[in-house]
Design a protein around this ligand. Structure first.
Ligand code: EPS
Length: 392
């Protein structure tokens, strides 16, 4: 890995930190663009009361001077405004008050296995870090990765294609322009009719004290062929993207291109035939591979989907066991969101951007952005010219 992203912080603690290490010097960062991504992650019909409290904004505390990266680790922080209401329960330092422990693990959450793993008696010691609040820090780091990609002509977008059983019509022809108004949909869905149906579905199930999962899709445009590698399993981009998406809280499946559907197709309908045109180079008329062959980018748009389970905190709790008494009990009932698939799409963008920026740095990495651009442009020229025969 050329790029590292590490986050710290608890959901109701003082705040979150993201450290991004490995960025070249000279990358321009736009404070508004970073904050825009944080705000976009707070969007979406189906969010709970917490989002009325938080106004996520990123502060830079290291690695940047006058808006340009210096080459050292970049430290980004996001304050938890809600900490003001949790100061006793979540203070990093001992407090005088007695803080009651939480003993009611939620099925589907990290609560029970986390306490078993660490030998703990208080579920809060687990749930605070397992919370998807942590994704605010990832989005801050992902926005830095996006800045690098943007500089190299790559853009990353997301949209929601399914909420429970409501699906948007499949679109294979999307371009960057199609995403210009995606955040105006309350569920970040490109199809107005599906968007309305998704909102209704959230309202309907929320009234029944249910939570909802779904599927988001991330697309990246402007990629060069040859990012990633076919050589070793851990360098293959499919695997790296899979891990990045599955590491997002509540994700249960990831698909690239036609995903699991290709398993049911004959070979003649599962691949993208190759054509060549002078001046245009190699091209394909389909993109069933989702822009990846042999663990490397083909140059076609990257298409990655993440499937999210319904959130495990339910207003009508599931059956569980009190870990102090071992008696049957209802799971913890906490303020929660009913649907966060639209927000998860923004997190998906951040994770895909991170993986792509990492792959770019691996192939073209240098101390400064100017040096990196020179290597990148040389590769672009080489790809455009096509493989040259050596002297015979
Ligand atoms: C979350 C529970 C809710 C969400 C939270 C993730 O928080 P709270 O318990 O404070 O109501 O709002 O997500 C965020 C705070 C966020 O910024 O996305 C959970 O249990 O994972």
């Amino acid at each position: 890995m050329a790029l590292h992203l590490i986050t710290a912080g608890e959901s109701h603690g003082p705040g979150l930190t993201c450290i991004v290490e490995g960025m070249p010097a000279g990358l321009e960062l736009d404070h508004d663009a970073l904050n825009r991504d944080l705000s976009r992650r707070q969007l979406g019909h189906g969010r709970g009361g917490r989002m009325k409290i938080e106004r996520d904004r990123v502060e830079l505390t290291g690695g940047v001077r006058h808006g340009r990266t210096l080459g050292g680790p970049i430290a980004l922080t996001v304050v938890n405004r809600d900490y003001a209401n949790w100061e006793e329960r979540m203070n990093p330092w001992p407090v005088e008050a007695t803080v009651p422990e939480v003993h009611l693990p939620r099925p589907g959450h990290a609560d029970l296995v986390g306490t078993q793993k660490y030998g703990l008696t208080d579920v809060r010691d687990i749930l605070e870090r397992a919370s998807a609040r942590e994704t605010a820090a990832r989005v801050a780091g992902g926005a830095v990765a996006k800045a690098l990609l943007r500089d190299l002509g790559v853009s990353v977008f997301s949209h929601v294609i399914q909420i429970t059983s409501v699906t948007a019509p499949r679109r294979d022809d999307l371009t960057p322009d199609d995403f210009s108004a995606v955040d105006e949909s309350p569920v970040r869905c490109l199809d107005p009719e599906a968007s309305r149906a998704m909102v209704e579905e959230i309202n309907r199930l929320r009234k029944q004290n249910e939570s909802l999962g779904g599927v988001f899709e991330v697309r990246a445009f402007g990629l060069v062929p040859g990012l990633g590698s076919h050589i070793s399993w851990e360098e293959r981009l499919d695997g790296r993207l899979g891990m990045a998406i599955l590491s997002i809280q509540a994700m249960k499946a990831v698909a690239i291109g036609d995903g699991i559907e290709v398993a049911g197709l004959p070979g003649s309908r599962a691949h993208d035939e190759i054509f060549y045109e002078d001046g245009h180079g190699y091209y394909r008329e389909t993109n069933r591979s989702g822009g990846l062959e042999g663990g490397m980018t083909t140059g076609a748009p990257l298409v990655v989907r993440g499937s999210m389970k319904p959130l495990p905190t339910l207003t009508k709790p599931l059956r569980s066991v009190d870990i102090a008494t071992h008696e049957p009990a209802e799971a913890l009932r906490e303020r929660t969101d009913s649907c966060t698939v639209p927000a998860a799409g923004v997190v998906g963008e951040a994770m895909v951007a991170f993986v792509l920026a990492d792959a770019m740095l691996e192939k073209f990495g240098a101390d400064s952005l100017d040096q990196m651009r020179a290597a990148y442009e040389a590769h672009q020229r080489w790809v455009r010219a096509g493989p040259q025969r050596g002297p015979s």
